[in-house]
Design a protein around this ligand. Structure first.
Ligand code: SF4
Length: 198
């Protein structure tokens, strides 16, 4: 079971395969590895103890950041994310980032951005599309078409509690959609990162 894996100078944390979305572009539809990580499908979710034990085997000074990402939505296990981050912060000044679909509030039915205060240093939110209709078509969230509004609300809240917040999109949507994502993110004063499709 692969819990921690490296990509360049980042140490990635894979703690769940659960996700409320079914994005058309999800890497999970095409394979089970990222950059030679080995299979990221978890036969079961690792316990907090197993995750912390794995961290103890790694020298964090070798890395530039720890990233909660994996083959699923890390905020499905927000309580564990908090405990793991507290442990990391107790032993190292390393930057902690979480890559999320921004639907934590719908998953847990509460304000989850606030729970990340002093826990993570950066939140990167997959925006994916410029409108709720397009988002619903692309990501098929189980919470329905209003999911996009919750994602935007999570992002606005995250700005209050986390040092760095950014949106990301993949560059295989149309030019028009990319331009509208730029307009939207500018109006929210949140930077937008445009990622190349892998
Ligand atoms: S949110 Fe991420 S993990 Fe979930 S289906 Fe979409 S791309 Fe895959």
């Amino acid at each position: 079971m692969i819990i921690l894996y490296e990509i360049e100078k980042s140490l990635y944390v894979n703690i769940t395969n659960r996700c409320p979305c079914n994005c058309t572009f999800c890497l999970r539809n095409e394979g089970d590895e990222v950059n030679g990580s080995g299979s990221l499908w978890l036969e079961r979710e690792p316990s907090l103890e197993e995750i912390l034990n794995d961290f103890k085997k790694h020298d964090l000074s070798k890395y530039s950041e720890v990233v909660f990402c994996g083959y699923g939505e890390p905020l499905e296990r927000i309580e564990e994310v908090i405990e793991i981050s507290k442990y990391i912060k107790s032993i190292s000044p390393i930057k902690i980032r979480i890559n999320t679909n921004g639907l934590g509030d719908l998953i847990h039915k509460k304000n989850t951005a606030k729970m990340l205060e002093n826990i993570v240093d950066e939140v990167s939110i997959s925006l994916n599309a410029p409108s709720k209709e397009e988002y619903f078509e692309l990501c098929k969230p189980k919470f329905g078409i209003e999911s996009f509004e919750s994602l935007l609300s999570f992002a606005k809240e995250a700005k209050k509690y986390v040092k760095e917040v950014q949106f990301s999109i993949v560059d295989d949507i149309s030019k028009d959609q990319i331009e509208r994502c730029k307009t939207l993110t500018k109006s929210l004063e949140i930077p937008l990162r445009i990622r190349e499709k892998q």
